[in-house]
Structures are given as C-alpha cells and as structure tokens.
Design a protein around this ligand. Structure first.
Ligand SMILES: Nc1ncnc2c1ncn2[C@@H]1O[C@H](COP(=O)(O)OP(=O)(O)OP(=O)(O)O)[C@@H](O)[C@H]1O
Ligand SMILES: [Mg+2]
Length: 345
C-alpha cells in the first residue's frame, strides 16, 4: 500500500526556512543558507544551521550561498537542493506518494517567478498538482491570529530578511499590498555602508548582523553603548586599534531602511478603502517577521502613524504557523480569494 507523505508547509524565507508538518507542528527552522567547497565544480558541504556555523569562517575554497534574494529564488540549483534536503529532514524520504505542499511567496509574484518556485518545489519533492503558493502577508496575518476571513480589514507589516510586505486583508484575500526589497539584510547593508563611509573600514554581513542585534534601534536610544570593530569579521569591546560604533551611529545608519519600511505601510494605508481603514485604525497594525524585533520598531511606527501598532506574539514563526494552519484546515482554501492560493496543476 502506498504511504502518503504528510502535508508540508514551508515558509521559504530569504534568511530562514521553516517547515510545518501537518499534525506535528513546526519541525524545522534553519537559515536559508548553503556552504560549498571548490570552484566551478562546487560540492555542497553544509546546509542550513550547519552552513551558518561556517559563515564568516569560510576560508580557502569554502563559500556560503544564500539562494534567495529579496524573497525570490536567485540561485535555482542551490534553492532546489536546499529545499529537497530540508524537506527530507522534515518528513523523511521513504514515502511512495509525494506530499502536498504550501509555500509562502512574496505578494504580486510575477509569472516567471511563480514558475521558478513551482519548478524548484516540485523537483524538491512536492507532488505535482498539489502545490499551493500562499502570499506572505496573508500567511503572516493568519498565523498571528487575525480574522482574515471576516468582512473586516486587518493590516499586517511583515518585515523579513529580504523583503517587507505590508498588506490589508479582508474576506480571505489581500485587498491592497506593497512589497519592497528592504528588510533585515538591507539594515545590515546600511551598517556596512556606514562603517565604510564614516570610518573607512570593511565589515562583513555577519559582523553587521551582530551590531544590529546588539545596538540597533528604530528610535534614538537613551541607552548609550558601543562596540569596537575592525576591518574583517571581528567584533570586540576593547578599544585597542579598533573603531568605536555607538548606538547613535547605528540608529543613524538604520534610519533609511526604517523610513522605507514605514513608507510601505503608509502606501497601503493611503490606498485602503475607507470602510476597511476604520477597522485598521481601531485594531491597529500588526508587525511580524524578524525585522519587527528591531528595538523600538513598534514605537517608531505608532509615533509616525499615530495609530495602534502591535508586535505579533511570535514574529518569526507567524508565516509558517499561518500556512501550517491552512494545511490542517484544507477547507479554508475554498474561502480564500483565488489569487491568494494558486494551485499549480
Ligand atoms: N532582535 C532582532 N532585531 C533586529 N532584527 C532581527 C532580530 N531578530 C531577527 N532579526 C532579523 O530578522 C531577519 C529574519 O527575519 P525572518 O526570519 O522573518 O526573515 P525571512 O522570512 O527569512 O525573510 P523574507 O520573509 O524577507 O524572505 C534577519 O534579517 C534578522 O537579522
Ligand atoms: Mg518571511
């Protein structure tokens, strides 16, 4: 008798991939990263968390590749390999009938990018004709418990690693959305550029990430702290021969990406039909995604927009919980506006 693999829901993020298996919950949460050895004929040496441990320590012919950029597949072969590996890790490989799959995608995905993700997902093991692409803000809103199927407006701003998706959702569909290629990665780049411009030092993304997590803020901080950096991949609290980076400097560096993220939310608010805008004003904007964890992000939004803003309970897990919920309640797909769930068959 053929064994049917359990449905899998995959939040394929620029920074992290999370997999929810039906009846089990979240079984995997790993960086969307792969490490290779060799030049042209590269061979994979590590995937996910194992590859992250090599990041910044890659020497000689070791390189790490982030197969997604700004929410879209940028390196097809790597993305396919990573998806297949992580799916096998999540559900095993001894199944005869391939699983049904739910995968998050940026809103307003082009036909070409839709084909690319569909190709990668089916080659990686999702059953043909049983793949549902769910737009990220819808998944995030559902996962944070917003009443997305009700006749009221709910607003979510999902600040991920590669993209920010702002959307108003009602009656099982996205009413208006804005997707911009600005998120946690752009914040890291802003810190790298600041160090280069102001101090003439080159730091890598791993150090920029540490600086962001340690000192980053969307608002001027009363807490004056600093770290010392030098060119390359080191970070220290000792001043000897190092350049001092302060909380104020990091705030200045992060101002631009934070403003761009805010502008995406403003764009959506300005275009929200008045009957739904009232609901959003009352229930507030819900912030999800890892970027929403930047210190002060909630207060920055609330102050600039003069309305309630709430940080989701599990900002990093919202999207996978949302598609996981769909995998547990397949009937809900019928309540979704078709463009939100494109079944590829
Ligand atoms: N405490 C924190 N402060 C600031 N940024 C954070 C914090 N925790 C995580 N992040 C950032 O969140 C980002 C990852 O978030 P998330 O996992 O939601 O992204 P993703 O889903 O992989 O990306 P995307 O949805 O854009 O494709 C990273 O850029 C990370 O640096
Ligand atoms: Mg995401």
């Amino acid at each position: 008798m053929a064994i049917i693999a359990p449905d899998v829901a995959i939040d394929l993020g620029t920074a992290n991939t999370r997999i929810y298996v039906r009846h089990k919950g979240i079984v995997l949460d790993e960086p969307t990263l792969m490490a290779f050895k060799g030049g042209k004929k590269r061979t994979p040496v590590a995937i996910g968390e194992d590859a992250r441990l090599l990041l910044g320590r890659t020497k000689g012919d070791l390189t790490t590749v982030q197969p997604l950029k700004n929410g879209l597949i940028d390196d097809y072969d790597t993305a396919e390999y990573l998806l297949e590996y992580l799916m096998r890790k999540a559900i095993g490989s001894s199944r005869l009938v391939r699983p049904r799959g739910f995968i998050t995608v940026p809103s307003n995905l082009s036909a070409v990018d839709r084909k690319v993700i569909t190709g990668a997902a089916t080659s990686a093991g999702i059953r043909k004709g049983a793949l549902h692409l769910i737009e990220k803000p819808f998944a995030a809103a559902l996962g944070t418990g917003l009443p997305v199927f009700d006749p009221i407006g709910s607003m979510v701003v999902d600040i991920g690693g590669g993209t920010t998706e702002a959307a108003v959702i009602s009656l099982g569909g996205i009413v208006i959305s804005r997707s911009i290629p600005v998120g946690g990665d752009a914040m890291n780049e802003a810190i790298i550029n600041y160090c280069n411009r102001e101090h003439n030092i080159q730091i890598g993304p791993a150090v920029a990430e540490k600086i962001k997590l340690d000192l980053g803020s969307a608002l001027p901080s009363g807490d004056k702290r600093s770290v010392f950096v030098r060119s390359g991949d080191s970070l220290s609290r000792l001043s000897y021969q190092n350049v001092e980076i302060t909380t104020d400097a990091v705030y200045e560096a992060l101002k631009e990406p934070c403003q761009q993220i805010l502008a995406a939310a403003q764009y959506v608010l300005e275009r929200t039909p008045p009957e739904l805008a009232g609901d959003v004003m009352r229930s507030g904007i819900h912030l999800t995604g890892g970027g929403a964890l930047l210190y002060g992000m909630e207060r920055f939004f609330a102050t600039e927009l003069d309305m309630p803003v709430l940080l989701a309970k599990e900002p990093l897990a919202c999207s996978v919980l949302g598609i996981g919920h769909l995998s547990e309640n397949i009937d809900l797909l019928q309540s979704m506006i078709t463009s939100q769930s494109v079944r590829i068959g």
